[in-house]
Design a protein around this ligand. Structure first.
Ligand code: SF4
Length: 229
């Protein structure tokens, strides 16, 4: 696989990450390419809190195991709900998603600027369910707020990126989320499932595995403390 290099002679990357499956193989490629980077986890869109913790802890553990700095940013879903008000029935890839990307990338860009990163990017684009150009537009908009900061529009799906993402997820037995993240995507995925005679999503149930059977790994799904329920 070809080594990667940062664009425009930039030298320090802040990588916004949405989850371990999307970021796992990207992180491996960056490490193999000797690129200096830090993972930034800011995803207040994820609902419910149990799902948020599952995704975050999986991502954090993988970063720690690989010696990559991991920034655990705020979980402020109230702000996310305020920004996406009246967009509850927007389809995926629509206006609500642009707002969701903008919110996450603006905060990523702000952290990058304040902490001497000169390039940002996001793992969101590796998913084939996402519109790359929509993501890139949000990323470039966020970076343009700060001098000298750029958004790296690299297409992570290139060179079998999508396939390798699944293989890495299986190797690592990552938690397998089954919807994009917000409460509306959970609702819409369950509506689709009901129409197609599929069971409802159960949070914390599925993990990637090389076997076709349900994963038998020993990972314990995150349990919210009683006070948080
Ligand atoms: S569907 Fe995904 S990208 Fe769109 S608003 Fe919901 S969480 Fe954000």
């Amino acid at each position: 696989m070809n080594k990667l290099s940062l664009p425009s002679n930039k030298h320090k990357l802040l990588l916004h990450s949405c989850c371990a499956p999307c970021s796992g193989d990207i992180m491996k490629r960056l490490i193999d390419s000797n690129i200096c980077f830090t993972v930034y986890f800011y995803n207040p869109n994820i609902h419910p809190y149990e799902e948020y913790m599952l995704r975050k802890e999986e991502n954090m553990a993988f970063a720690n195991n690989n010696g990559i700095p991991f920034i655990d940013a705020d979980y402020n879903p109230r702000k996310w709900f305020e920004l996406t008000k009246n967009m509850e029935w927007e389809p995926e890839r629509g206006k609500r998603c642009s707002t969701c990307f903008d919110m996450r990338f603006v905060k990523t860009a702000e952290y990058a600027y304040k902490n001497n990163f000169d390039v940002i990017s996001s793992t969101l684009g590796i998913s084939r369910w996402k519109d790359m150009s929509q993501i890139n537009r949000s990323g470039e908009y966020a970076a343009s707020k700060y001098p000298e900061l750029i958004y790296w529009t690299f297409n992570w799906r290139k060179e079998n990126g999508s396939l390798n993402m699944i293989e890495t997820s299986k190797d690592e037995q990552f938690y397998m989320q089954e919807y994009c993240g917000c409460v509306y995507s959970l609702r819409d995925t369950n509506i689709w499932r009901r129409k197609n005679n599929r069971p409802k999503i159960i949070i914390g149930e599925k993990y990637y595995s090389h076997s076709n059977k349900k994963s038998t790994n020993n990972k314990k799904p995150y349990q919210a403390e009683p006070s948080k329920k």
